[in-house]
Design a protein around this ligand. Structure first.
Ligand code: CA
Length: 352
């Protein structure tokens, strides 16, 4: 008996009973998130996946979820999972574009697909196979992890009318959007979410791109910068669940299916939450802060942003054949999706 207990503890396997009375192992995994445990919607998605896995497996699959306040490395999730320090990660692929630029395709790209279009491409149009090609080199499996829905272009203290207004503008805009803006002369910087309000208030920065009404107003950005620009840079920001492939393969088949299903359900639920909260928040903000002006960048600026985006992509495609393959796959599907949207959603939205 003593030996049995020792063996069970050393392998972190606990003996239990299933509802059918058969002895079954309980598998324990650890998940690290890029967000704090209290971050609404984003953290809730990871916690929901863990809860579902537990329920669907009748307690045989337990996932401990750690937030950034515990592991202290919001952008270190990729390495945590690759190195096996954590089994699962909940993060955003484009945080790792410095490791591999192809990672951006699985979050969102400027002037890219809408969330629905992106889901269609990912699940039906070869997207998930291409994502796996990128991640398998690192011994990782990747799954979609929830979408914020379309992201706004950011909060600006001053109105941006012409291309010249962007020159030297200190703008917190990370990722590819920041690189594109930099090509137009913007001083693009990345600042941690916790410091955004203060930086904007003190004038360290002139503008902030974060997410959308629900997320942005939680930081109070609307109280300082009254010009709220519409989207171009992150039309469909998708998070990711990543899992260490070796750890995943150690799970019995039914638990593998349960884990994948838990990811998918939590992913589905996230965008409903984000859309719902954005609508509610926007209705309230419009009432409480009537001075806020919603603006769209001029055609001159949008055209320049499109040219800069294309230049960055085409340059990278020349260096990396898999990058080129993914870029072409997205462009080809997006063209078809746009033609369909043109006669369906777009026309319908103009009727109401
Ligand atoms: Ca953003």
């Amino acid at each position: 008996m003593k030996i049995l207990v020792k063996v069970a503890l050393s392998s972190l396997v606990v003996l239990g009973l299933t509802t059918t009375g058969l002895s079954a192992k309980t598998y324990k995994l650890k998940m690290a998130m890029s967000w704090k445990k209290t971050t609404p919607i984003l953290a809730a998605t990871a916690l929901r996946a863990a809860e579902l896995a537990d329920e669907m497996s009748d307690g045989r699959l337990k996932i401990r979820v750690d937030g950034a306040e515990k592991h202290k490395a919001p952008f270190g999730i990729f390495d945590f999972v690759k190195q096996g320090l954590y089994d699962i990660g909940h993060t955003a692929s484009y945080y790792y574009k410095g490791k591999d630029f192809k990672m951006v395709f699985f979050t969102t790209v400027p002037f890219g697909m809408t969330p629905n279009e992106q889901y269609s491409w990912y699940y039906e149009g070869g997207g998930k196979e291409l994502a796996q090609k990128v991640y398998e080199k690192h011994g990782l499996l990747t799954f979609m992890g929830g979408n914020t829905g379309i992201q706004m272009g950011g909060w600006f203290k001053k109105e941006i009318k012409h291309l010249d207004d962007l020159k030297g503008l200190k703008f917190r805009i990370p990722g590819l959007g920041g690189e594109v803006m930099a090509k137009l002369g913007v001083n693009a910087v990345n600042i941690a979410p916790g410091e955004l309000y203060m930086s904007l208030e003190l004038g360290t920065i002139d503008a902030v791109e974060w997410v959308s009404p629900y997320f942005d107003t939680k930081l109070g950005l609307h109280k300082i910068a009254p010009f709220y620009y519409t989207a171009w840079q992150e039309p469909a920001s998708e998070l990711q669940f990543i899992i260490n492939e070796k750890k995943f393969k150690k799970l019995p088949n039914d638990l593998q299916v349960i884990l994948k299903s838990a990811f998918k359900v939590a992913t589905f639920e996230m965008m409903q939450k984000a859309n719902y909260q954005n609508a509610l928040t926007w209705a309230k903000i419009k009432q409480d802060y009537p001075n806020i002006k919603v603006k769209t960048f001029s055609k001159e600026i949008i055209d320049a942003l499109k040219v800069a985006t294309k230049e960055i992509f085409d340059k990278e495609a020349k260096k990396d054949s898999l990058f080129k393959e993914i870029l072409e796959s997205q462009r080809e599907y997006q063209k078809k999706a746009e033609a369909w949207t043109e006669i369906s959603d777009k026309v319908y939205l103009q009727t109401r």
